[in-house]
Design a protein around this ligand. Structure first.
Ligand SMILES: NC(=O)c1ccc[n+]([C@@H]2O[C@H](COP(=O)([O-])OP(=O)(O)OC[C@H]3O[C@@H](n4cnc5c(N)ncnc54)[C@H](OP(=O)(O)O)[C@@H]3O)[C@@H](O)[C@H]2O)c1
Length: 269
């Protein structure tokens, strides 16, 4: 019975992981969310199968993650796949470049602190909370959902100068993965930082994307074509999770500590 823990599973890619993985009745799928009541209602409304379990857990609250691991141990004796997916995404300031913070330095420090707290420290607290359960598995895979925004080549070719604190925090998360890979190499635990590609997660209904969201996706698509001329644009969560799972299945201890994309390579798109 393969067991999966998804940290940050309330919506977007995290919720898609619950949907996709629960279609196999032999999987045990545990989703950690900040607000279990509302997510449990969504799980019921969507008729997700009974192999989905929702637990409370906040990336910025290590005690909640430790409590979730204790609860998870009552559902499964081992965790085969720990997937740390949730992230702090500061949309309101995503368009600002480093120069835009001149005279507004404290705003940047506050945003950086929030990004690092969830996206770097939160990854560490999640791994620390669940590592004992992961070690009890024969699979032993820990995946941290990263971003192409943390890839220096992509930044250089596309000229994407915004999303500063977010990109810094994802680059930090990649280093967290490298540190844990070094710590646990001898014990056979595989750690991977995995970019999910470019995914439309902002609008639940893909046929009803608000114009301002569509414009943002279009602008990014154009920028990404400087990196990959044939790039077609964002995919839906279902397709990204399918690609991510293929990569997750394929990796071995030789890949531990790497930063790969949904393509299974160091090319981000
Ligand atoms: N979509 C893309 O194109 C794309 C590209 C590159 C990387 N990514 C990465 O993919 C992952 C998922 O992104 P997404 O597009 O699905 O984003 P999303 O739809 O905005 O979902 C973000 C998720 O993170 C959770 N979260 C935020 N802060 C949290 C905290 N402190 N503790 C626990 N959970 C928290 C949210 O929960 P709440 O509902 O409680 O807020 C939500 O479930 C992120 O790591 C993101 O950086 C996405």
């Amino acid at each position: 019975m393969p067991s999966y823990v998804i940290v940050g599973a309330s919506r977007g890619l995290g919720y898609q992981y619950l949907k996709t993985l629960s279609t196999n009745p032999s999987n045990k799928v545990i989703g950690l969310v900040r607000t279990p009541a509302s997510v449990q209602s969504k799980v019921s409304a969507d008729n997700l199968p009974s192999n989905v379990h929702i637990l409370q857990g906040d990336l910025t609250d290590p005690s909640s993650l430790n409590a979730a691991a204790a609860e998870a141990s009552k559902i499964t004796s081992a965790v085969d796949y720990l997937i740390v997916n949730g992230a702090f995404l500061p949309w309101e300031t995503a368009h600002l470049t480093p120069l835009d913070f001149i005279g507004n330095e404290q705003a940047f420090i506050d945003e950086l602190n929030a990004s690092m707290s969830a996206n770097v420290a939160g990854v560490m607290w999640s791994i620390n909370a669940f590592i004992d359960l992961v070690k009890k598995s024969s699979v032993k895979k820990v995946i941290v959902v990263s971003s192409g925004m943390a890839d220096t080549e992509l930044v250089g070719t596309t000229g994407i100068t915004h999303s500063v604190s977010y990109a810094i925090s994802k680059a930090g998360a990649n280093m967290v993965v490298a540190k844990y890979a070094a710590l646990y190499k001898s014990e056979g635990v595989v750690f991977l930082a995995l970019s999910p590609g470019f995914v439309q997660t902002q609008a639940e209904d893909p046929n009803n994307v608000p114009p301002e969201v569509a414009a943002g996706l279009d602008a990014l698509t154009k920028a990404f074509r400087k990196y990959e001329p044939n790039f077609e644009g964002p995919v839906l969560p279902e397709e990204s999770v399918k690609s991510q799972l293929k990569v997750i299945e394929g990796i071995t201890i030789k890949d531990s500590g790497k930063f790969l994309s949904h393509l299974g390579t160091t090319r981000m798109l």
